[in-house]
Design a protein around this ligand. Sequence first.
Ligand code: ADP
Length: 259
Amino acid sequence: DEFEKVDIDSGDEVEELADVYNDMMSQTQDYINGQKRFVSDVSHELRTPLAVLEGHINLLRRWGKDDPQQLVESLDASYQEVKKMSSMIRDMLAISHLQHSEDYKFEKTDLVASVEELVEDFRMLNQTFRIEFESFFVGYKAYAQIYKNHYEQALTILLDNAVKYAGDNEKYIKVTLKSDEKNIITTVSDHGLGINAEDLPHVFERFFRADKARNREIGGTGLGLSIILTIAKIYDGSVSVTSEVGKGSEFSFSVPKAT
Ligand code: ADP
């Protein structure tokens, strides 16, 4: 159900108008396709935990009263699945809110202050980690064109991941703020598990989780990095990653300097 282009070759205002119409309609079509994809991805992702939950409820109905071990096991598993579903819904709502946040485009935020605050919070919460902040704006402010909540949401996800995927490696995380001509670039690097080359190009995709076996033990929805990508797009910013298995990862998030 693609829309039909108006094809006018008159070389006058009517052709111009037709071009404007075609552009508008094709943008609308892209938007609709995006929404459809989102709904279908979401339904697909929720189906698995729901099926597992249904299985356990059936086991409970059949054996739960007489078999205490089954009772404990199935209640435990059901609880895990419900928690998984609520994290997914939380993250999906975050994405959906972001897609309607045109109003925030003109906000300005001092990234130095935001990083300092968040790094301090993370130090408190993860005392086994050494978390450093290096700013090339030391003593100065670094204003970027981004809504404070959005920036902090993105940085929180990167810091969360650096902690979550640390493994048994050195628990050392470094946040760097620097700038090029147009952008302020935030980099979070860790010395954790790393990501293999095959998975690396996909980590920003919705619901993608690298290394399925490993991830079964580490909780997550596969939505964190796609939230960051969504935020970056709102502000015409960008994201990037380099990583090496067993050595660590480095994620960068860049947003335009405030003008
Ligand atoms: P989640 O962490 O919920 O799985 P994300 O979208 O935040 O989802 O990340 C996608 C995947 O990228 C993760 O499942 C993980 O495999 C990988 N990943 C993200 N950050 C890191 C990191 N700092 N170190 C190693 N792997 C990472």
